[in-house]
Design a protein around this ligand. Structure first.
Ligand SMILES: NC(=O)c1ccc[n+]([C@@H]2O[C@H](COP(=O)([O-])OP(=O)(O)OC[C@H]3O[C@@H](n4cnc5c(N)ncnc54)[C@H](O)[C@@H]3O)[C@@H](O)[C@H]2O)c1
Length: 257
């Protein structure tokens, strides 16, 4: 896909990886809708992007992705603002084992809901023009993590959903490529959740195991994850892929049978 003049929607775009993905699209001259529940940080990010890329290139919409009505409005407003939708990046995510239902709700249920809304707008077999969806999963989609069982379950779910809906898209001729981005630890605020009992809950006792794991595998810079994100969107041959990104191997793919 050529990104120039395309329209992308990134959830959880106020900070961290979502902000980096949104900026990568802007650098490629795409128009971008930034969505986040954190409107204070969202306004700061939008102002920064306006300065760098011009005010017409992006828009910020406050949205809690777990609200079905807000999510529906988000897609309607995106198409009203920029006339179409070509790319969805389901990035919004939390790690909260104390409120594990919320973790499943943000990381998995909202991602499924947003993907279905995107399909409605983009499906070639329903009058749309096709497109690309990147679902932000994790290395947690493959490995057990004693400090984060619900988070891990959500990311296993993201991978299973992504591979299945990608297959549905292929068989149903939706014209939409759907792929999973599975980075190891990345240098963002999310990593700090392992330091706090209010987020790890009863699994806080395993925080040192998590810290040792981080020390041994290292922490990725968001820029490496951005490279993978762009590859998933720009390479038209990729559908149903699970792109892993680690410090030791860089960008590589999980071989699915
Ligand atoms: N940081 C890592 O080590 C790492 C590794 C693998 C995968 N991931 C995934 O990357 C994605 C981005 O995380 P990050 O590391 O940039 O963390 P982050 O905490 O910096 O950013 C997450 C963003 O999501 C937003 N968000 C949270 N709940 C929301 C909701 N209900 N509605 C809308 N927005 C909401 C937050 O306000 C925040 O801006 C997540 O899906 C995360 O699971 C992160």
């Amino acid at each position: 896909m050529n990104l120039k003049n395309s329209v992308g929607l990134v959830t959880g775009a106020s900070q961290g990886l979502g902000k980096a993905f949104a900026e990568a699209l802007l650098k490629k001259e795409a128009k971008v809708v930034l969505c986040d529940i954190n409107h204070t940080q969202g306004a700061i990010t939008k102002a920064e992007f306006d300065q760098k890329y011009g005010p017409g290139q992006s828009t910020f919409i406050t949205c809690d992705v777990t609200s079905q009505s807000q999510l529906k409005d988000l897609f309607t407003k995106t198409v009203r603002k920029f006339g179409k939708l070509d790319i969805l990046c389901n990035n919004a995510g939390i790690n909260n084992e104390n409120c594990w239902e919320k973790t499943i709700s943000v990381n998995l249920m909202a991602l499924i809901q947003a993907s279905y809304l995107a399909l409605e707008h983009m499906r070639c077999d329903h009058g749309g023009k096709g497109g690309s969806i990147v679902n932000v999963a994790s290395m947690s989609s493959f490995l057990p993590a004693a400090h984060a069982p619900a988070y891990t379950a959500s990311k296993f779910g993201v991978l299973g959903f992504t591979r299945s809906i990608a297959e549905a898209s292929r068989l149903g001729h939706y014209g939409i490529r759907i792929n999973a981005l599975c980075p190891s630890f990345v240098n963002t605020c999310l990593l700090d959740t392992i330091n706090h009992e209010e987020t790890l809950g009863m699994f806080h006792q395993f925080k040192d195991t998590a810290k040792h794991l981080i020390d041994s595998v290292g922490i990725l810079d968001p820029s490496v994850v951005v490279d993978g994100f762009l590859q998933l969107i720009e390479d038209d041959s990729l559908n149903g892929a699970a792109m892993k990104i680690t410090m030791s191997k860089g960008i590589h793919f999980e071989n699915m049978i």
